[in-house]
Design a protein around this ligand. Structure first.
Ligand SMILES: Cc1cc2nc3c(=O)[nH]c(=O)nc-3n(C[C@H](O)[C@H](O)[C@H](O)COP(=O)(O)OP(=O)(O)OC[C@H]3O[C@@H](n4cnc5c(N)ncnc54)[C@H](O)[C@@H]3O)c2cc1C
Length: 335
């Protein structure tokens, strides 16, 4: 029997996790590294004590691909995700709340990041490990961490990081390296607020089509959340974030809270907790017209929402498509 290739995946976002799961289901193990202390990347949830939490990145999940709908059904049955039944509106002009077309939105319960925690069960993931070097050896690759640790030797290296982070460490001989320049990722500022009383506005989630805010949502209206406090998440537009990348966190909070009140013509109750977070790579301006990148000669690949499409669903599709490619490249060589 031939030995399966030693495979490393850099990044445990939903793209990397879906890749690792498909391979694990086929009996092939993958060593995954993530610089964060847990899986999920941009679907992470920020806790603030026991009474407040915020999905400060991805807000919800929508699935249009019929194959992924089967996964969604099983996650619902296992109580990993649940429908977020709430009132969603668009705001085109201050205080004009237009209901948006219905599409069922789902969230991880009790936190958005719980889907990633669920998918990462039984996978071999090394957290708090930023891969900072991929050394080309005669027949394989050696990975090194930012802390100078030798992470081992692998036959195949795959990336699930945003393009700029991938470009920093992808070897020069990689056939798709130049394609990384074709994808721009947009920044976004996120503001998290726990209010001293309930904010009386006629919606739970709003897409805002004018000004500096793109989205705001009553995070505590999601299912299975702690409901002692009225918790909100505000997202800036990418245009505003680009212009204000380096302003102080307090200024971001002040400016986006002002915007939220301006577009609703409603005074927000006093926040008892306010935080902000900058997403430097929040989503691709335009995803590549390819579900994944693959260099068969050098056994290097990449997946993520910047290939599959700018949503959680796109990250899944990309990870699974890359897994199918890798499986077909090693199939028949294993027995
Ligand atoms: C503010 C915001 C709002 C969003 N709203 C929605 C929404 O409502 N619905 C929706 O469907 N999508 C939304 N998205 C997009 C969604 O979050 C992403 O499409 C999806 O999570 C991307 O997954 P991914 O696996 O491609 O990458 P990521 O989640 O970015 O995962 C990449 C992983 O790589 C790791 N990493 C990076 N570099 C290294 C390194 N050198 N070594 C080790 N690890 C590394 C990171 O720590 C991270 O865990 C939103 C995103 C943001 C930021």
């Amino acid at each position: 029997m031939k030995i399966p290739p030693r495979i490393a995946m850099i990044g445990a976002g939903l793209g990397g996790l879906s890749f690792c799961r498909v391979l694990k289901d086929r009996g092939i193990s993958v060593k995954c590294f993530d610089k964060s202390n847990r899986a999920g990347g941009r679907t992470s949830t920020r806790a603030a004590g026991e009474t407040a939490q915020f999905d400060h990145g991805a807000q919800y999940l929508t699935i249009r691909n019929p194959m992924l709908r089967l996964h969604l059904e099983s996650w619902c049955n296992d109580k990993i995700v649940a429908p977020w039944d709430a009132r969603f509106v668009a705001i085109d002009r201050p205080a004009e709340f237009r209901d948006v077309t219905y599409e069922q939105r789902y969230v991880g319960i009790p936190k958005m990041e719980d889907l990633a925690q669920y998918l990462s069960k039984d996978l071999d993931i090394e957290f708090d490990t930023e891969v900072s070097e991929v050394i080309v050896e005669p027949t394989a690759y050696r990975l090194r961490s930012k802390a100078g640790q030798d992470l081992g030797v692998f036959d195949m290296i795959l990336w699930n990081c945003p393009p700029a982070q991938t470009a920093k460490i992808v070897p020069l001989n990689c056939g798709w390296k130049d394609q990384l320049k074709n994808v721009q990722m947009e920044p976004c500022w996120s503001v998290m607020l726990a209010l001293e009383s309930s904010w009386k506005v006629p919606f739970d989630g709003a897409f805002i089509n004018e000004g500096d805010l793109g989205w705001m949502a009553r995070d505590s209206s999601k299912p299975n959340r702690p409901n002692d406090l009225d918790c909100w998440v505000l997202h800036s537009t990418s245009k505003w974030a680009e212009k204000n990348l380096d302003i102080s966190k307090d200024d971001v909070i002040q400016r986006l809270v002002y915007e939220a009140q301006r577009v609703t013509l409603s005074t927000m109750p006093k926040p008892i907790l306010a935080k902000s977070h900058r997403w430097l790579y929040s989503r691709p301006t335009e995803a590549l017209n390819q579900k994944f990148l693959w260099d068969s000669e050098h056994r290097l690949g990449a997946c993520g929402d910047w290939c599959g499409g700018p949503r959680i669903e796109g990250a899944f599709e990309s990870g699974m498509a890359l897994a199918a490619q890798v499986l077909s490249s090693i199939d028949g060589k294993l027995v």
